[in-house]
Structures are given as C-alpha cells and as structure tokens.
Design a protein around this ligand. Structure first.
Ligand SMILES: Nc1nc2c(ncn2[C@@H]2O[C@H](COP(=O)(O)OP(=O)(O)OP(=O)(O)O)[C@@H](O)[C@H]2O)c(=O)[nH]1
Length: 883
C-alpha cells in the first residue's frame, strides 16, 4: 500500500463506486475534489480506520493496521464439461465448480484476536455466508421458473404441432380420396408444407418467452407430446436434474415394456421420446444415449414358416439370441441358438415376447422367382432338340457320340481340342442338335427327381450283331416314361455278322415298330466306326424335332438345368448347364439349385469363351458359390440378393426334406416299423456287383427273403462301380445301395452323402444275405460292419527281385495301417483282397501312413498292382443293432 493511486483506481480496486468512495473519504475527514486526485498511503490507512470504526471495530493505529495479518480471499468459479455415460449412449453436461479459499499470512509477532473480535468475525462470516446462500437460492429459483416456462411453452408447441400434423394427415387422406375422383395435385402438398413449417414457428415463440435458449427446434421433430410433470427436460445448465428424470423415465419404460402389451406402434400415446435425437431414435431404435429409448414397446410382425432357427427368429425380433433362448427355456423348451424350432413353438415364444406372428410361406423366395419367370414371357421361337443316346453296354453309345463330336463339333480357336463338358451341340444342314453326353440313366434319373423334361428325343443304339438286350429295353422304358420320342440307331452295320432285320423284329416285340413295318419309329442303320449313316441319323433326329415343334423364348432371362458339375482346382465350381429358356449371358446373376452367383465366364464345348447361350445350348458356367448337383435347375435373377435368398431357402428346405426322406428308408428304420402292425414294409435295394453272376445271385437270394412283414424289392442291379446315376436312382426311390466288391465313385459319393442314402459295402455274399435276413426277420443282433479307414492311390509300381512289386502310393484319405486288411480296387471294382506285406516311408518300415503322405506298399501274394489302382485299408467292427 505504499504506492500512490488515484481515487478512481482505488474505487476499482475495492469494487466500490467512485462517488461512494469520495463520500466515505469525506466522512473520514478527507476532502477530495475529483476522482483523479491522488490518495496517499496514509490517507488510505485513515480511510480504513474510519471504515472499521463505522463497522463497529476499534481503530487501530496506522502502524498496527499496516502490520495486521494480511488476508486474501480467492473466489474461483470454474465451468467444466462432464461426459456422463449411461446406458448405450453418453451426453455432456456443464458443471459449475465454485471454490473459495482464504489465505492468511501471519506476520512476525502477530497479535492474536480478542475473543470479541473473533466472535464478530465469525458473525460476519456467517452473515456473508447466509447472504450468499440467499443469493444462490434466488438465482436457482429464477432458473427453475425460466425452465418451467420453457417446458410449458415447448409442450404447448408440441401439442400444437401434433394437432396440426393430425389435421394435415386427415386433410391429406381426404384430399387423396377426392383426388381419386378428380386429380387436383397441389391439394396434398399444401398440408405437408404447413406441417413442416408450423412446428418450428411455435417453439420459436416460446423460445423468446423462455430466456434459456434450449433449442426448441430439436424437439419439434420428435413430435412428442410431453406430459406435465415430466420436468426432466430443459436447460443444459441443470444437467444433474435432467439425468435423474430421464433415468427414472427409462426405468419406468422398461417396467412397462415388461408388463404390458401396449400395442401402440410409431407414436405412443403416453410419454414419448423426448431426447435431443427423438427423430433418429424413432428410426434406428437406439438414440444417442440410453435414456432415450422408445418409451413404448415396438411390436413387430414377424413372418415365420414351418420352421425357423432360434438365431433367425432373434434377428427378426431384433433381440439377442440369448433372450429368445431364455424365453424358450421359460416355456420349457430347451433349444440352442442354432437349433430349428417349429412354427407353433416359434409363434408362442414370439407372442410371449410381445410381438405378433404371421404365417410365412416357405416359398416366398421361390414365388419371387416365379414372378420373375412369369415376366420373362416373350415370343417363343423354334429351338434345337436335346438328344440323349442310350443303349445296352458295348452297343456303341460312346463311339457314336465320339464320332459325332469329332466330326461335327465346330472346332474353336483353342486349337480344335474339344472338351468333355457333358453336352455339346452340332450344326447339321437341317439345323442345330444338342447332345447330352452323360450316361443316359443320369439324364433320366435326375430328371425324374426334378420331374422336368430335359430330353426331347432319345436315340436308342442297338448293335446289329447283338440285338435287343436288357438295357435296350430299359432305355425304351425310360424314353416312354419321359414321353420322349425314340429314334433307333442300328449300329455296327459294317460288321459281317450285322443283322438289322433281326433287330427290327426284336424291337417289334417291345412295341417299337419301324416305319417300314408300318410304325412310326425312324430306324437308321449306322456304323459309329466308319461314320456310315451318321448324317442320316442326324437328319432323322432333325425331322423328329420338327414334328415336335420345339419352341422356347429366346429373349430375356435364362433358365435351364445343370447337366454336370465339378470343382475345378483353378476355376472353382464349374457347372455345365443346358439353357432351356432365354439367353444366359456373362455377368448374369443366377440361382442354381442351392448355389448362386454371378456368371464370371461361359465356355462352349470347344473350350472357347462364349458371350451368351440361347435355348437348348449347353454351356459351362463359372462363378457359382458352390458345386450344384446334376439335375438342379438354374434361373437368372435380377440381383445377387434374391439369388442368395432363394439359394439359402432351398438349402434349408433340402436339408429338412433330406431328413424326412431318409427317415423310413434305412434298414434300421424298417426294423423299427416291423412288428408294429403297420402292414408290409418295403425295403428297396439297389445292387451293384463286380460280376454279373454276383448280381444275379444276390438279387435272387435277397428277393427270396421277402415275407409277410417285409417285401424286398430290387429297384436296379448291375455290374460295375456305383455311379452318379445309381446314387440318383437310390435317392429317388429311397433305396439302400449294396456295393458288392464295388465302390461308389466321387460324384456318386457326393449324392449319397447329400441325400443321406444308405450305402453298404460287402465282399461276402453270405454277409449281405445274413444282414438283410436279419432285417427281414426282425432280429436284432450284432452287425459286422466294414469301415474303410484309409485309401491310397497307386502312383507308380517298382519291381524288386527281393520284395516283388512295390506300389509307390499317396494316401488320399484317412490312414493306411500295416496290420489291417486291404483291397485293391481298379475302376471302383475290387480286384484283390488280402493284407499288406510291407508299408514303408523312405525305406523305413512304418505302422501307419496318414492322408497326404507318400509311401511304398507291398501287397502280400499280389504282384499285379498297377498305377491308378486304389488300395483300400479297412477294418471290421461289430456294431450292435439299434432301433
Ligand atoms: N465294328 C464296329 N465296332 C463298333 C462300332 N461302334 C462301336 N464299336 C465297338 O464296340 C465296342 C463298344 O463300343 P462303345 O462305344 O464303348 O460302346 P458303349 O455302348 O459306349 O459301351 P459302354 O460305354 O460300356 O456302355 C468298342 O470296341 C467299339 O470300337 C461300329 O459301328 N462298328
């Protein structure tokens, strides 16, 4: 205080008006003429003494006053932003922190306050504190008043907006009805503009009234009618209050959600979302923070088909899987999230959870597909015929197809190398003909499975030197069943022993009457070896096709059938499809059986890329999600989403129907049915064996086992490995496949697995008979089953004078064990059964070799192992029969 200062500065310093300070100075006996006059330290001390006196304190001497403890009181006000985390969202509030701190600096020999002074000091402090409290309360009361005013104003505005919206909606509806009679366009627009504009104006007025700028605009779109008493909203300055209210609100909502079944959707009648983001909330179901959830339960209408997985149901209900599992559990249903539940259970749990159910057709996606197909209808134009060649073994089917392909298929830029793609088309002077180069049975059995027509004309090949044989008859039967006209190719007429007349006569017995016998069946004498008569055969086919007047829509989206499919290491899933309608193009989205995808590339039979393929044209398709099955249909759809949806629905249905289909077809199931008085059971068998003798012996012996309870029916039997067509037939007729010294090839295994066909391998006739007999007599016992534990492929054969033939092998499946019995398979047929002499890896004898590993195998007492053979290692296990 030793510095000199002006009265004005001093007034500023002590926070007193200049006039008042001048007055106080005058009262203290110091005369000053204006605020800019200098005040000395002594004068300041004098003024202090006066002021003390006037406040009831004794004046202290100037020196004492100068030496009095210095006291500094600091008031600090700090406004902070605090982020509050609650529920799923967070918000930021302003918090004001007030701090007051008093520093007292004692000096040297400080004189202690007298008790009176202390009391006075305390009283003064109390008075100050009371005053402060009063001020604060007044301020808070003022804030509350402002907030209440604002809430009331906003509430009024919201109600007004709501009324206007309803009016507008009503008016719009009325106008729409009017518009249906006479179309006045702007009548509908007007209310919408009003609706958008008015709610904003109303809060603006209330904003002026309520001093706190609490952003009324943010509430106008929430469109909520706030209830009085919900004072949780309001200015941001009172964050704590607001949160408290919102938490309470949210808890109440939760309780309400749990207890009641308020069906109001969209706009609840009661408390509505009042948050800052009311608008977003209503769309997304979750606002910016947890307090702003929709205050009324959202009732969803879910479409449920015959079955649905718990996970899918949860997704439809927008719930967590666990919640649905829990609800099911409460109902006494134990289900995991991946498990399928039936419609009734799903409907019950859905209603339990407060939602409604509608019955969905499982064919929704298919219906969408059909709708697309319907729109596909354009003008039908003539299309090439699709021909299948069938006939008895060795009568020359392959030779005929080869000859046609070799000589007639246009060679492309790929250097004339024709590819085997299961089908091809040839151009003759009389038009294009498409040949299905698949085993005839496959074409028919997959067709039967789908109930669709694939082949237009069947060419039955009969060797002129051999005549009508069993498979000739079968081919005729297939053609008749499919309602496909027959053209007979009497082959091998180049042979001296050829007797075409005999063939025609024998065919007469099958009611296949040649034209020259007064019938309507074209018969052409050919030689697949020399090419004689082949052109005549093609002409005959073209003529037959003309009679059929085959037509298809060439424009628009393609649809057709899969003829062959495989998984190519480099190219992924490859499907050969036959287009039946429309035109298949590169880039098309298609659904193909249970697979879907976008056509990445198309290849024709010459191996060259094709831009498109029209009706009756076979083409290879790349770009599918997986390998479809032969016989699957394909349809081009608009987008990938629909393709995926249909494919997935089909997969689910196929899986379910497979479970249903396999039930009742297995031996065990039949045994289960036996003795239950449910009539005679039928056990369908498909028998394949290595030699004709075994086929006949097995068929006769097994059929003879039929009794009153069970009828054993051999649906098909034959020599050779189990093929895709066998597997298809077995799947179609729910037959058990018996492989006697033969094995299923890879494509057959795929079908067997996917259709759940019961396949059993045997090598002893007695075992087969015994097993079927046990089934037939309803006996339970121990079943000896052979389990193949490993397969090794022979890559090379080394001969050593000491060890004999050593097969250099690669184990391609499972594990090959040295002490287990083995069989040597050639072209899926067992050629030897015995045991291993040696099993080596790098000259070391080992006990077992696993999948993917090379090894050397010496077969005991068998030196005829050849590259390409398979060595199958198996074990016999006893399985107790179970019902
Ligand atoms: N001389 C003569 N031999 C033929 C003719 N066509 C086929 N062959 C022979 O008959 C045998 C069987 O012919 P494939 O074409 O394999 O008969 P396939 O009907 O396809 O027989 P699978 O495939 O076993 O059902 C082969 O040795 C052919 O060379 C022909 O027109 N003349």
């Amino acid at each position: 205080m030793s510095q000199q200062t002006t009265i004005r500065k001093l007034a500023e310093l002590v926070n007193t008006p200049v006039e008042k300070l001048l007055e106080q100075l005058a009262q203290a006996g110091m005369k000053f003429s204006g605020p800019d006059q200098i005040v000395t330290s002594a004068e300041k001390v004098k003024l202090l003494g006066f002021l003390r006196r006037s406040h009831g304190k004794e004046e202290q001497p100037a020196e004492e006053a100068e030496a009095a403890p210095k006291k500094i009181t600091l008031n600090r006000r700090k406004v902070q932003e605090v982020t509050v985390n609650a529920g799923r969202s967070k918000t930021t509030v302003n918090v004001e922190v007030r701090q007051k701190r008093t520093y007292v600096k004692p000096e040297g020999g400080k004189t202690a306050m007298t008790p009176d002074e202390e009391r006075a000091d305390i009283l003064r402090k109390l008075e100050e504190s009371r005053q402060r409290n009063l001020d604060e309360q007044r301020m808070l009361a003022e804030k509350d008043r402002l907030r209440d005013e604002e809430i009331a104003a906003r509430q009024k505005a919201a109600e007004e907006a709501e009324r206007q919206r309803e009016d507008a909606a009503r008016k719009a509806a009325e106008d729409a009805i009017k518009a249906a009679e006479a179309p006045p366009a702007p009548a509908v627009r007007q209310p919408i503009i009003e609706e958008l504009a008015k709610p904003r104006k109303a809060p603006a007025a209330s904003r002026a009234a309520a001093a706190t700028p609490a952003a009324p605009a943010r509430d106008d779109r929430g469109g909520a009618a706030a209830k009085p008493g919900n004072k949780s909203r309001g200015s941001d300055g009172d964050g704590g209050n607001r949160f408290g209210g919102q938490l309470h609100l949210s808890a109440a909502d939760r309780a309400r959600r749990g207890n009641s079944n308020n069906n109001s959707r969209g706009r609840p009648g009661g408390r509505a979302p009042q948050g800052r983001r009311g608008n977003e909330q209503s769309r997304s179901g979750a606002g910016s923070h947890g307090f702003e959830r929709p205050t009324a339960p959202v009732v969803r209408e879910v479409a449920i088909g015959d079955t649905i997985t718990v996970a899918d149901l949860a997704q439809k209900l927008a719930l967590k899987g666990g919640e649905v599992v829990k609800a099911l559990f409460k109902m006494g249903v134990m289900a995991t999230i991946t498990q399928s539940i039936d419609h009734d259970t799903a409907a019950l749990v859905t209603e339990e959870l407060g939602h409604t159910v509608v019955r969905a057709s499982n064919n929704d996606a298919e219906d969408a597909l059909l709708a697309i197909a319907d729109t596909n209808q354009g003008e039908a134009v003539p299309r090439p015929p699709v021909v299948t060649i069938m006939g008895h073994v060795d009568h020359g089917k392959t030779s005929l197809l080869d000859y046609i392909r070799r000589t007639k298929v246009a060679t492309g830029e790929a250097g004339g190398i024709t590819q085997h793609i299961g089908a091809y088309h040839v151009t003759t002077p009389k038009g294009v003909i498409s040949f299905l180069d698949t085993p005839g049975h496959a074409a028919f059995s997959s067709m039967r499975a789908r109930g669709a027509q694939l082949t237009d004309v069947v060419v039955v090949v009969v060797a002129a030197d051999d005549g009508v044989m069993p498979q000739t008859k079968e081919a005729i039967k297939h053609a008749r069943a499919a309602n496909a006209p027959i053209v007979v190719a009497i082959n091998k007429i180049d042979k001296s022993s050829a007797d075409p007349m005999r063939v025609k006569n024998e065919l007469l017995a099958e009611q296949v009457v040649a034209e020259d016998f007064g019938g309507d069946i074209q018969m052409v004498e050919i030689s697949a070896k020399t090419g004689l008569g082949i052109d005549d055969l093609l002409d005959a086919i073209s003529l037959q096709a003309e009679l059929l007047e085959l037509k298809a829509v060439a424009e628009g989206r393609a649809s057709g059938v899969v003829i062959e499919s495989s998984l190519d290491k480099g190219r992924g899933p490859v499907a050969t499809v036959l287009v039946q309608q429309g035109t298949l193009k590169k880039g098309d989205y298609l659904v193909c059986g249970i697979q879907y995808g976008r056509v990445r590339a198309l290849f024709d039979e010459t191996g060259s890329q094709a831009a498109e393929a029209g009706p009756s044209i076979p083409v290879q398709v790349l770009g599918l999600s997986g390998v479809p099955e032969a016989g699957d249909d394909f349809v081009v759809v608009e987008d990938e989403r629909l393709a995926k949806e249909v494919a997935q629905t089909r997969e689910t249905k196929r899986r379910e129907s497979r479970l249903v289909a396999t039930a009742g077809s297995r031996m065990e199931d039949i045994m289960a049915q036996l003795g239950k008085g449910e009539g005679q059971q039928v056990l369908n068998l498909l028998i394949k064996a290595d030699v004709q003798g075994s086929v006949q012996a097995l068929s006769q012996a097994l059929v003879a086992l039929s009794n009153d309870d069970i009828r054993i029916n051999v649906i098909h039997s034959g020599v050779g490995g189990i093929t895709e067509s066998d597997a298809n037939s077995a799947a179609a007729s729910k037959a058990t496949v018996i492989g006697f010294n033969v094995r299923a090839d890879a494509s057959a295994r795929r079908i067997i697995e996917s259709h759940g066909v019961d396949l059993r391998y045997f090598s002893i006739i007695y075992d087969v008979i015994d097993q079927v007999k046990q089934v037939a007599s309803g006996l339970l016992g121990v079943e000896i089953r052979e389990e193949i534990i490993g397969i090794a492929e022979v890559r090379d054969v080394f001969r050593s004078s000491k060890l004999g033939a050593i097969a250099g092998c690669m184990v391609v499946e499972g594990v090959v064990k040295r002490n287990k019995p083995i069989r040597v398979l050639r072209d899926s047929v067992v050629v030897f059964e015995g045991e291993l002499e040696s099993l080596r890896r790098f000259k070391e004898n080992v006990e077992e070799v696993r999948n993917g590993t090379e090894c050397g195998i010496g077969v005991k007492a068998y030196n005829d192992v050849k590259p390409g053979d398979q060595i199958e290692c198996f074990e016999r296990i006893e399985v107790p029969r179970t019902l």
